[in-house]
Design a protein around this ligand. Structure first.
Ligand code: EPU
Length: 446
């Protein structure tokens, strides 16, 4: 029953520190078992997907210590190749990195098929193609497990049929202990691919070209322990930048790498925001009505698919017609029905959303359909007139650390409640501070 209660209408203002990148941390935690020596990983975000992966790594015999909120120490010496499978691991996407890491280190992996957000079919054929090209036999075992086995892995040339973050990372994991050179063409260039390569290189791997579309991995005999800090989360930063714009606020995101934010900063400028960059921070100020724009999601350095719902929410408040096209996943507009219930005017045709901007949204009772869409609905609620309730927040907690707390630090009125009674009390408190009613729709409980 945990849910958020949000009162909209406050301009978010102030500074917010961005956590480590979830999607880099998932790959790097899995990569830690490629060595028998201890590995210390810092700046790991405290989010549920990471906790689940850490538990899975522990369940196969690795020693996992968590000496600080954002620090993990992993010692893979005790790993044995038991199947990686529990109820939780099936829910997270990052579980598939255990296939590449176990195959690379032990030449055998048996892992439950990955879950993750329901944003399309999400096949793993390119991962399998890569493992097979390296010399592994791959079989699917009921109920929903993948087994990959090899006598030896040997370097090879792989051309990815589409740009895939997961497949690029998984092949890198399997190939760094293979014999000879592996070349991945049409590789993903996302910052977390580069971060994984830097991490593996700090363990003694020889990887070149990460961040370009050709990654070259020179296999080595063994990897050693290391200490490493994860890069900041591009999508968490982007989410706060868009929240600033939607609420006509003035927010500085700190502890970021501005270079990673270029497509997001550029879009905000086109929509009419002031965006100021410094070495490790970006300030977004929105004073005027937002202008309409078109967005197409693309692999990095294009506009990220993980910012698509936030972009739709923002453009829904602009002064004209905008088009948002999803270029990565086949179904990532499930949240539009919820947004429509807040007064948004959006039509979805296939992979395209046609958005007619409205002056404001109104509060509603909403359900987060997935991680990023959930965060986008929180932004909509913060920008709306009245009070909203947002359910299924476990999706949001998969990838955003202290989301309500950070928003409150910027002046946002959002609380997390655990019971219907707590929810009613929070709604009443917020209602008392609104002159002229709640703005809730019929699904609201107030
Ligand atoms: N694809 C295939 N076959 C494959 C692999 C991918 O057809 O073997 C397709 C996918 O269905 C999709 C496209 O290729 O249409 C790109 O998928 P990709 O493999 O790049 O995505 P992913 O590895 O499953 C990661 C992130 C996602 C993020 C995407 C795109 C993790 C754990 N997940 O997913 O993050 O949206 O890359 O950048 O790193 C999120 O954090 O909310 C999230 C969904």
């Amino acid at each position: 029953m945990e849910h958020y209660i949000v009162k909209g209408g406050t301009h978010l203002c102030g500074e917010v520190e961005i956590a480590g990148a979830k999607n880099a941390a998932l790959a790097i935690l899995a990569a830690a078992i490629l060595t028998d020596e201890p590995v210390t990983i810092e700046n790991v975000p405290d989010v549920s997907d990471i906790r689940v992966l850490a538990q899975a790594i522990e369940s196969i015999g690795a020693r996992v210590e968590h000496p600080g909120r954002h620090v993990y120490r992993i010692d893979g010496a005790g790993v044995h190749d038991l199947p990686v499978d529990n109820e939780l691991i099936r829910k997270i996407r990052g579980s598939y990195y255990m296939i590449g890491a176990l195959l690379g280190r032990y030449k055998h992996a048996e892992v439950a098929l990955p879950g993750g957000c329901t944003i399309g079919l999400r096949p793993i054929d390119q991962h399998i193609k890569g493992f097979k090209a390296l010399g592994a036999a791959v079989t699917f075992k009921p109920p929903g497990r993948v087994e990959a086995t090899a006598k030896n892995l040997r370097g090879t040339h792989i051309y990815m049929d589409m740009v895939s973050v997961g497949a690029t990372i998984n092949v890198m994991l399997a190939a760094c202990l293979a014999k000879g050179i592996t070349v991945i063409e049409n590789a993903a260039k996302e910052p977390h691919v580069v971060d994984l390569a830097n991490f593996l290189n700090s363990m003694g791997a020889r990887i070149k070209g990460a961040g370009t579309d050709v990654v070259r991995i020179n296999g080595v005999e063994r990897l050693h322990g290391t200490e490493y800090a994860i890069i900041p989360d591009q999508i968490e930063a982007g989410t706060f930048m868009f929240a600033a714009a939607a609420t006509h606020g003035d927010v500085t995101v700190t502890n970021i790498i501005p270079k990673h934010m270029e497509s997001i900063s550029a879009k905000l400028k086109e929509i009419g925001c002031d965006v100021e960059e410094s070495d490790d921070a970006i300030r977004v100020v929105a004073t005027h009505r937002l202008m309409p724009n078109n967005v197409k999601t693309l692999p990095y350095p294009g506009f990220p698919t993980d910012m698509q719902p936030q972009a739709t929410v923002l453009l829904g408040l602009s002064s004209g017609t905008s088009i948002v096209t999803e270029g990565i996943f086949e179904s990532r507009f499930k949240y539009v029905d919820e947004l429509t219930r807040m007064g948004a005017r959006i039509t979805v045709e296939g992979k395209t959303a046609i958005i007619d901007g409205v002056a404001s949204y109104f509060g509603a009772s909403l359900k987060a359909p997935d991680l990023r869409a959930g965060a986008a609905l929180v932004i909509a609620a913060l920008a709306a007139d009245g009070i909203s309730e947002i359910y299924d927040i476990h999706y949001i907690e998969r990838g955003y650390e202290d989301f309500p707390e950070k928003l409150r630090g910027l002046g946002g009125e959002i609380v997390k409640v655990s019971t219907p009674e707590e929810g009613e009390q929070a709604v009443r408190r917020m209602q008392m501070s609104i002159v002229g009613g709640t703005g809730m729709t019929e699904r609201g409980t107030a």
